[in-house]
Write a protein that binds this ligand. Structure first.
Ligand code: SAH
Ligand code: SF4
Length: 389
């Protein structure tokens, strides 16, 4: 059975966000609810948390007042603190969330015509150090709990006003597990969270609407395919091992051939695997690279997502020119693979992975040092957004 981990919420309370039905039932039994009733009560609690989006036990009017009181003494369904909430002129929304131990992660909602995807984080920072990725430079790393992953979905639903779920007319239709961290190094956390996200009695986003992006943790790709079978995206970025060893160091452990074998074995369910390819000028963007990519993908139902490199302070790469990106795309498309060029979204709100968190930390560090100089206690910025350049 799922174990709730303490402490997850503020004030010494334990968060129930991320708990499955069995865990909720155990909580109710522990609170003295009769075993005969606890299963039904757990279903009601589940419905309030994941379908109605309740933020307090008080709202849960199908539970007795007395039970609500007992729950509130020890447990919580409060959201993490929203440190920054931003909305781009293109509709992209971004949240910097702070958990109860002070650690922060980002999630980004990207609307697109009649649908929208929430990009969720799975770790604080990342243990891997891909050369072009800002998250890989963050020193502090820990896995997010299922509740902390789920909380990102709840915060987005709150902000979009999309409770109860599922609803026909909602904007938040998809999840992309492409935020901070390597999800398959937090396998249990992300698996528990995505099982809950796809539960029809709760958030109700089907597994077809979920895409997990990995840098290539081969043994876990196979397991994920068997257990969850969501859409899959692979951060390929290079077509030769020598270069991929440098750009995506996990390649030293699981090289390209093994990674592509895992992709061939992945249950496709009529959905192609997306291969992500960041366009780095003069590094991985030649016609020869494109031709080799096509050769490697033979036999895999695939789509290639070309991502213009998003520069960050201190990055050693530059983005390929538009002409180069489109020349690359033409070669891939001529071989029969869709090859869209990803349009950068939310540039005005630093929507690229890791950027907002770093900006927040920079500003906090500056304020702390200013405050230390003035002899005053350091203050949290009310809105980092306002202070951003
Ligand atoms: N760790 C997972 C998921 C998070 S990264 C993974 O690596 O797949 C999501 C995607 O953004 C990956 O394809 C990653 O390689 C890409 N990415 C990271 N930094 C980038 C940058 N500065 N510019 C463009 N894409 C980047
Ligand atoms: Fe981690 Fe993905 Fe960034 Fe690599 S690209 S450092 S795996 S978050």
């Amino acid at each position: 059975m799922q174990q709730l981990r303490k402490p997850l919420a503020a004030d010494g309370l334990q968060s129930l966000i991320g708990a499955d039905r069995a865990a909720l039932e155990a909580v109710l039994v522990e609170l003295g609810e009769a075993e005969s009733k606890s299963r039904m009560r757990a279903r009601q609690l589940f419905h309030w948390i994941y379908c109605r989006g309740a933020r307090t036990f008080d709202e849960m009017t199908t539970l007795s007042k007395e039970l609500r009181g007992r729950l509130a003494e020890q447990y919580s369904v409060a959201r993490p603190q929203i440190v920054v909430e931003q909305k781009s002129t293109d509709g992209t929304r971004k949240w910097l969330l702070r958990f109860f131990d002070g650690q922060e992660v980002e999630s980004v909602f990207i609307p697109q015509d009649d649908r929208g995807a929430l990009c969720v984080s799975t770790q604080v920072g990342c243990t891997l150090t891909c050369k072009f990725c800002h998250t890989g430079t963050m020193p502090l790393v820990r896995n997010l709990t299922p509740g902390e992953i789920l909380a990102q979905l709840l915060v987005a639903r709150d902000a979009l006003g999309e409770w109860p779920s599922p609803r026909e007319d909602r904007l938040f239709t998809n999840i992309v597990v492409m935020g901070m961290g390597e999800p398959l190094f937090n396998y249990d956390g992300i698996a528990a969270a995505m099982k809950l996200a796809s539960d029809g009695d709760g958030i109700g986003l089907s597994k077809h609407k979920i895409t997990l992006s990995t840098s290539g943790v081969v043994p876990r790709i196979v397991q994920w395919g068997q257990e969850l079978g969501t859409g899959l995206a692979i951060s390929l970025h290079a077509v030769r091992d020598e270069l991929r060893d440098e750009l995506v160091p996990v390649n030293r452990k699981w090289p390209i051939a093994e990674l592509l074998d895992a992709c061939r074995a992945y249950p496709h369910r009529n959905k192609p695997i997306t291969f992500e390819y960041v366009m780095l000028a003069g590094v991985n963007d030649s016609d020869a690279d494109a031709r080799e990519l096509v050769r490697l993908l033979q036999g895999i139902p695939a789509k290639v997502n070309l991502i213009p490199f998003n520069a960050w302070p201190g990055a050693v790469f530059e983005c390929s020119s538009n002409n180069r990106i489109h020349a690359f795309a033409r070669i891939v498309e001529a071989a029969g693979y869709q090859s869209p060029v990803r349009v950068p979204r939310g540039r005005d709100i630093l929507a690229a992975c890791g950027q907002l968190k770093t900006a927040s930390e920079r500003i906090r560090a500056r304020r702390a040092s200013e405050a230390a100089v003035a002899g005053a206690p350091s203050q949290e910025p009310a809105s980092v957004a306002a202070a951003l350049p």
